[in-house]
Design a protein around this ligand. Structure first.
Ligand code: NI
Length: 190
């Protein structure tokens, strides 16, 4: 398992080179580490499927890459000899991650649930705050505009977690965001 996981880490480092926004290699690595942690604590999911789905979950992100049918992820898996059944399981998990495409829908595999949780955890807490302002700045939005994004999306995420482990992690990160918003409002007189 270690070889292909290591190869996937190198693959995404190359793929995301030059992308400094919210979806970069560092985001993917955080999702990978959280996904592994959740799988271990939940004692469920095939570890290699979880690891590869987490590492490849943004490899075909439509905001960054103009690929269809998960071409980047599939070509990586094919070039490393992953069989058809496992490939489909990994791709199913990858495709359950997108927030906009999957709002309100639950992934139907445990690996999909775990990787979706890990990706959503990375959108909240201290990292979520940092990513929100980085993304807003990149798109010409000031701090007050980015604050709206917390209410439209980020504060809803803790109730969308699939696993108990992610729910507990999300509660802490949620509380941190609320404290941040309260202080921001206080300092801005809002
Ligand atoms: Ni992601």
């Amino acid at each position: 398992m270690d070889n292909i996981v290591e190869a996937a880490r190198e693959y995404i480092a190359g793929l995301f080179r030059g992308n400094a926004g919210g979806h970069d290699a560092a985001h993917t690595l955080r999702v990978y580490h959280s996904a592994i942690l959740i799988a271990e604590k939940e004692k469920s999911g095939d570890p290699e499927t979880v690891a590869l789905a987490a590492l490849l979950h943004d490899a075909d992100d439509h905001k960054l890459f103009h690929t269809e049918n998960n071409r980047n992820a599939r070509s990586f898996l094919a070039s490393h000899g992953v069989d058809a059944e496992k490939t489909e399981r990994i791709i199913a998990a990858v495709n359950s991650v997108s927030f906009s495409r999957n709002r309100g829908k639950r992934p139907y595999t445990i690996e999909g649930k775990i990787v979706q949780d890990a990706d959503r955890l990375d959108a909240i807490g201290a990292v979520g705050i940092a990513r929100t302002f980085a993304y807003g700045g990149e798109h010409g939005r000031g701090p007050d505009d980015s604050i709206a994004h917390f209410h439209e999306k980020l504060l809803l995420l803790k109730d969308e977690m699939n696993t108990d482990t992610a729910k507990a992690m999300a509660e802490e990160r949620h509380a941190f965001m609320l404290a941040f918003l309260k202080e921001y409002a206080r300092e801005t007189g809002g």
